[in-house]
Design a protein around this ligand. Structure first.
Ligand SMILES: *[C@@H]1O[C@H](CO)[C@@H](O)[C@H](O)[C@H]1NC(C)=O
Ligand SMILES: *[C@@H]1O[C@H](CO)[C@@H](O)[C@H](O)[C@H]1NC(C)=O
Length: 203
C-alpha cells in the first residue's frame, strides 16, 4: 500500500496510536524487526480513492506532525469525517448508517474476493467497538468545541478516524494466510498481532 492512500492510512494509525497503546497488554513490547509490516500483506484499497484524495486535499495532514517521534497527534479527524460524509456513511445529522458502512468498504471487492468475509467481519467488530466508545467521542467533541476559536477550523468527531483505522488494521491483522508474505519477520509480526493491537507495532 503506497502513495496517497497509504499516507492517509499511516496518518490515521499515528493519530490513534496513543489511545490504543495505552490499553495494550504489557507483553506487547516493541518488536525489534527491520521489516515494514505493510510488506507482509497487501490489503486492497477499500475506500473510493477519489473521495479519499478530495478529503486529503481539503483537510491536509501537517507534514511535521507526521514526522517520526514528533510526539504530535495529527489532525486527521476532519479528513476522516469528510470521507464518511462523502461516501454517505454519515447522514446530514452525522448519524452513522451501518449498512452503508459495510457496503462502502466492500463495494470495490469482487464477490468472490478472499477479502470479502474478512472486511465484513472487521466492519462489524469495529462498529461494535465504536458504539462502546460513543460517550468518549462525545466528550472529545465537547472539549474541542470549548477550546475552539476563530481560525482553529471545524470540530470533528473522532469516531470516523477510529472506524477507518480500526477497519484497516483489523483487515490487515486478519490477512488470509495464503496472501501473507512468507518470511520469519512477517510470521513474527502476525503472531504478535494475535494478542497485540496493530498500533503497538509502531511504537
Ligand atoms: C468514487 O466516488 C465518486 C464521487 O462520489 C464517484 O463519481 C465514482 O464513481 C466513485 N468511484 C468508484 C470506483 O466507485
Ligand atoms: C460532515 O457533514 C456534516 C453534516 O452535513 C457537517 O456538519 C460537517 O461539517 C461535515 N464534516 C466535514 C469534515 O466536512
Amino acid at each position: 500500500m503506497n502513495g496517497m492512500y497509504g499516507k492517509v492510512f499511516l496518518a490515521l494509525c499515528a493519530s490513534t496510536l496513543l489511545a490504543t497503546v495505552a490499553g495494550a497488554p504489557s507483553t506487547c513490547g516493541k518488536l525489534d524487526l527491520q521489516t515494514d509490516p505493510f510488506t507482509c500483506c497487501t490489503i486492497p484499497k477499500l475506500l473510493n480513492v477519489s473521495i479519499v484524495s478530495t478529503c486529503f486535499e481539503d483537510f491536509p495532514i501537517d507534514k511535521d506532525a507526521l514526522a517520526k517521534d514528533s510526539g504530535m497527534v495529527p489532525k486527521t479527524e476532519c479528513m476522516s469525517e469528510c470521507i464518511l460524509n462523502n461516501t454517505g456513511v454519515y447522514n446530514r445529522k452525522l448519524e452513522l448508517d451501518e449498512k452503508k458502512l459495510t457496503s462502502v468498504f466492500t463495494d470495490s471487492l469482487p464477490e468472490t474476493s478472499p477479502w470479502m468475509s474478512v472486511v465484513r467481519k472487521a466492519v462489524k467488530e469495529c462498529s461494535a467497538k465504536a458504539a462502546k466508545k460513543d460517550k468518549e467521542f462525545d466528550k472529545a467533541v465537547a472539549a474541542q468545541k470549548k477550546t475552539a476559536g476563530k481560525g482553529t477550523g471545524p470540530v470533528c468527531n473522532p469516531e470516523a478516524s477510529f472506524l477507518i483505522d480500526c477497519i484497516h488494521t483489523t483487515v490487515f491483522t486478519q490477512c488470509p494466510v495464503n496472501l501473507r508474505t512468507a518470511s520469519n519477520d512477517c510470521d513474527a509480526i502476525f503472531k504478535f498481532l494475535k494478542n497485540c493491537p496493530f498500533s503497538a507495532l509502531r511504537q
